[in-house]
Design a protein around this ligand. Structure first.
Ligand code: 2AM
Ligand code: CA
Ligand code: CA
Ligand code: CA
Length: 264
């Protein structure tokens, strides 16, 4: 890694750990909870404060960098030229509120639209997933192995029950057979963690119908570095400036899911 990226990485890791400590400190406090687009789309004062913490630090240390953050305190971006930090201060806000676990800080750093570094920090377990383009992916400093091919019948697939019941984005019958054929299904409620789990082999695939760039920016770098495949449900690359359906899976399994269930 060159000096420029070493400096960015050092600051990013320091801020992520400090943000994690700040989030933990709020566990004893009363949260201010509001809804956004729907009854299940939640935000708290902590989501906002942590995003502002990152943005203040980035603006001070790297004034030429831009920020795309879920809670809207960053820049209004129409293109990804230069260095852009794509930040989800708390991914899994519902879990943060109800469970005080199963959430993560997600930070992806892109240069001219290319994912250079991804961090996913599971605050409660103190697990930092980290990947730097071309040098591999790591969990708390231990290198993650490349993902091996696997079959559906031996896979754990992460999918929310929403997508196999009546919903606005996909016919409930499309993915129901996959749920039956998989060895097991799970749903953790944090896209960033679910991508980190695919990268580390805890899951074999993750499917969801609606994610924004801050949900997958870090995970995309991480999964790419271990040879996993990330596309939308049509098999196309993800759009980093809009909403996407997302299919993350081990090589082979990704193609099998698309061919057997989605394209049939
Ligand atoms: P969030 O907690 O940062 O909002 C929940 O299944 C996963 O989907 C979480 O990673 C959640 O991120 C994400 N998500 C994206 N858009 C969402 C929305 N409109 N409502 C709820 N969760 C959403
Ligand atoms: Ca949210
Ligand atoms: Ca999110
Ligand atoms: Ca969030």
């Amino acid at each position: 890694m060159n000096e420029k990226w070493k400096k960015i990485d050092q600051y990013a890791q320091q801020w992520i750990k400090e943000a994690g400590a700040r989030i933990k400190d709020t566990f004893q406090q009363q949260l201010m909870i509001q809804t956004k687009s729907s009854r299940t789309d939640l935000v708290t004062n902590v989501d906002r404060e942590i995003e502002q913490f990152f943005i203040a630090n980035i603006r001070h240390t790297f004034p030429q960098h831009r920020v795309l953050g879920e809670e809207g305190f960053g820049d209004r971006l129409t293109a990804l030229e230069g260095i852009v930090w794509i930040i989800d201060p708390i991914d899994g806000t519902m879990n943060f509120i109800h469970q005080q676990r199963n959430f993560a800080i997600s930070v992806g750093i892109y240069e001219d639209g290319i994912g250079m570094i991804g961090y996913i920090y599971d605050v409660v377990h103190d697990e930092l997933y980290y990947a730097h383009k071309g040098t591999g992916a790591f969990l708390n400093g231990v290198k993650l192995s490349p993902l091996a091919e696997t079959s559906i019948s031996e896979s754990i697939v992460s999918i929310n029950a929403t997508w196999v019941t009546k919903n606005k984005r996909i016919d409930a019958n499309v993915l129901a057979p996959l749920v039956k054929d998989a060895r097991g299904t799970r749903s953790y409620g944090s896209a960033a963690l679910e991508m980190a789990y695919v990268a580390s082999g805890r899951l074999d695939a993750y499917i969801t119908m609606r994610l924004s760039p801050w949900d997958f920016a870090a995970g995309l770098v991480l999964v790419n570095e271990v040879g996993g495949i990330v596309t939308n449900l049509y098999g196309e690359p993800l759009n980093l400036l809009g909403e996407n359906s997302v299919l993350v899976a081990k090589p082979g399994l990704h193609e099998e899911i698309l061919n057997k269930y989605v394209r049939k």
